[in-house]
Design a binder for this molecule. Structure first.
Ligand code: C2O
Length: 367
């Protein structure tokens, strides 16, 4: 039976994985507002023609940056209980990762089991849908149906620092604050520090050239040598009845190469180690509060697209019905509660967005 997120009215205070969180500066009440008691509708793709092209953050134009910041500012200006508000968007991550939802709809016997979409084959599709609605909401807030979020191009040497726009003051005149700045980042890793996408908690203190080599070979491993089939890339089977915390007979899922590798490394590298729970990027419950989270995940999502485009045999999505039929619930840009399925996020043409091209030097970087 596939995992299905229940209706938002069946949401509870986050518990799993944050029992040990002390001084949760971002709070653990992660449920979305309940605007309707109706069950979510199955999502229908809107008819539109213009494709949203996500730019590489390090090459984004000043005009684009102004637009992006204006959109985030508008999101921050919404009241907290609005489903499109900055906080509610951040809480989505906490709700799906820290046990606010149970596997209820899948059948009574799983009622007590909570949902945790990480460390499993739900990692890529869940985040793809999450970003999809986040992007559409931002576009709606600035009345731009072609708006696309930026991606943090950390797999290319030209993008291996925190993109300037997240740290520099806002370009738009007469506003002082940068709405995509976040105070909870590791001060040692601000520009011009080179990202370590193989970070394990310790700075290496190597030269830039060596760090670039380390990064490119990590990419090669996670995209090619250690990702030769759907399970090693996407992560392992996770269906109703399985529990990450409960090593019972149903088993626990395995984690995919990108999720375990550069994805987690970048989260930890950005996170502020002085914060009690490594806020923001270093903890599931708080990661969505750093605007860079969405740029980071856009590049993670781009890796899915590129992995397939490498055209290597075995590079395809899972075909198991329990993967295709797994579903989540989101508020769309019209504040409609909708249910979306993994099967509908495989084809980027349907989702109507794409990525600005950037070279992938790691593809020839066989270590
Ligand atoms: Cu949902 Cu980068 O984690």
């Amino acid at each position: 039976v596939p995992i299905a997120a229940p209706n938002v009215s069946d949401c509870a205070i986050a518990s799993k994985g944050i029992h040990n969180i002390k001084d949760a500066v971002r709070g653990v009440a992660c449920c979305p507002p309940v605007l309707t008691l109706n069950s979510p509708k199955n999502y229908v793709f809107p008819k539109e023609t213009a494709v949203r092209i996500r730019p590489a953050a390090q090459r984004a134009s000043d005009d684009y940056i102004d637009k992006y910041k204006a959109a985030i500012k508008a999101m921050r200006d919404l009241p907290d209980d609005h489903p499109h508000s900055f906080k509610q968007q951040a809480k989505i991550h906490c709700a799906y990762c820290n046990g606010s939802y149970t596997q209820k709809e899948s059948g009574k016997e799983y009622e007590h089991l909570t949902l945790q979409i990480h460390n499993s084959w739900l990692f890529f599709p869940f985040h793809r849908w999450y970003l999809y609605f986040y992007e559409r909401i931002l576009g709606k807030l600035i009345d731009d149906p072609t708006f696309a979020i930026p991606y943090w191009n950390w797999d290319n040497p030209t993008g291996m620092i925190i993109p300037d726009l997240f740290e520099k003051p806002i370009q738009v005149r007469e506003r002082k604050e940068n709405p995509v700045f976040d105070a909870y980042r590791d001060a040692r890793h601000l520009p011009p520090a080179l990202v370590d996408i193989d970070y394990n908690g310790e700075d290496r203190g190597v030269s830039c050239i060596d760090q670039i080599t380390i990064n490119l070979s990590a990419m090669y491993k996670q995209m090619i040598s250690n990702a030769s089939d759907p399970t090693s890339f996407f992560g392992g089977r996770y269906v109703a009845g399985m529990d990450h915390d409960d090593k019972n007979s149903h088993g626990t899922p395995s984690v995919g190469s990108i999720e375990a590798g550069c994805h987690t490394a970048v989260h930890r590298w950005v996170a502020d180690p002085r914060m009690p729970n490594n806020e923001d990027m270093g903890n599931f419950y708080s990661a969505g509060y750093d605007p860079i989270f969405y740029a980071h995940h856009a590049n993670v999502d781009r890796m899915w697209k590129i992995w397939k485009e490498l055209g290597i045999r075995g590079h395809r999505e899972p075909t198991d019905k329990d993967w295709l039929d797994a579903s989540y619930v989101f508020y769309d840009e019209n504040e409609e509660l909708v249910r979306v399925y993994n099967r509908d996020c495989v084809d980027l043409n349907k989702l109507n967005y794409d990525y600005e091209t950037s070279r992938i030097p790691w593809a020839r970087n066989r270590p």
